[in-house]
Design a binder for this molecule. Structure first.
Ligand code: 4G3
Length: 240
């Protein structure tokens, strides 16, 4: 997977050189190519923004400079994504869908936004990471790159995306590791039983309990087995 990122602040992407994503880059499982939009300003002062037509506060990023930056990397096969609070809100299903692309071009805006004409000309999809406003699209772009890269073959250890939160539409079961007793609190006894079928059932029930209490709205859009429904009945009766 190749990510081209059009940004005024390529230095902000330094965190992607760390940990799992950093290793994926070094192993060439993914490629992150940062393009500094400012390099494409033809102005002697390297101007990239201007005041809005019609008046108002703030600055707007210039269409011509962004278009020159885009032309330096343009590729018919790539999907162009604009990170914006006005986009469709990202979720795990969208992340999986994007992970099947070969090449993503991500446009990061700053200031009050970007001249609408270049958005209309080059952008395929507008995506938001949530209903709040940030100073720029760089953090959202990093969120997108991280979440999508986890689904690229070899980036994570086997199975780790199939069982986790959201992959089945519900939250995760709680995890425990040594020590066996922490501040007087023992781990749940079943986890030392060695009975894997019962452990799996217990974990499923805990995952449903977590979801019921923390994110009940997720249960409306998920297919539940008859056993799941029995667990949930008990949870709602507070028997667990
Ligand atoms: C465009 C994305 C970009 C218009 C970008 C502000 C939040 C998100 C920007 C605009 C952003 C998000 C830059 N803030 N929720 N800021 O994904 O008004």
């Amino acid at each position: 997977m190749k990510f081209d990122v059009l940004t005024l602040f390529p230095e902000m992407f330094e965190p992607l050189n760390q940990s799992i994503i950093g290793r994926a880059v070094k192993e060439k499982l993914i490629e992150i190519n940062l393009i500094n939009i400012r390099d494409f300003s033809k102005d002697k002062h390297k101007k990239v923004d201007d005041t809005p037509y019609g008046g108002g506060s703030g600055m707007v990023m210039k269409a011509d400079v962004i278009y020159e930056a885009y032309k330096s990397i343009r590729n018919k096969k790539a999907k162009v994504i604009y990170m914006s609070p006005q986009g469709k809100v990202l979720n795990q299903n969208k992340v999986v869908e994007l992970s099947k692309e070969k090449h993503l071009i991500i446009l990061c805006g700053h200031y009050e936004g970007i001249d609408q004409r270049v958005i209309d000309k080059i952008v395929d999809e507008e995506i938001s990471i949530g209903d709040y406003v940030l100073t720029g699209g760089e953090l959202p772009a990093m969120v997108l790159i991280d979440s999508v890269s986890r689904y690229i073959e070899g980036v994570l250890s086997e199975n780790s995306t199939t069982e986790e939160s959201f992959s089945q539409g519900i939250l995760e079961y709680p995890q425990y590791t040594r020590p066996e007793i922490f501040e007087g609190v023992k781990i749940p006894e079943i986890l030392q039983s060695g009975h894997h079928e019962n452990i799996n059932k217990w974990r499923r029930c805990e995952a449903l309990k977590n979801t019921y209490y923390k994110r009940p709205e997720l249960l409306e859009n998920v297919k539940l087995s008859e056993e799941d429904k029995k667990y949930l009945e008990n949870i709602s009766k507070n028997k667990n």
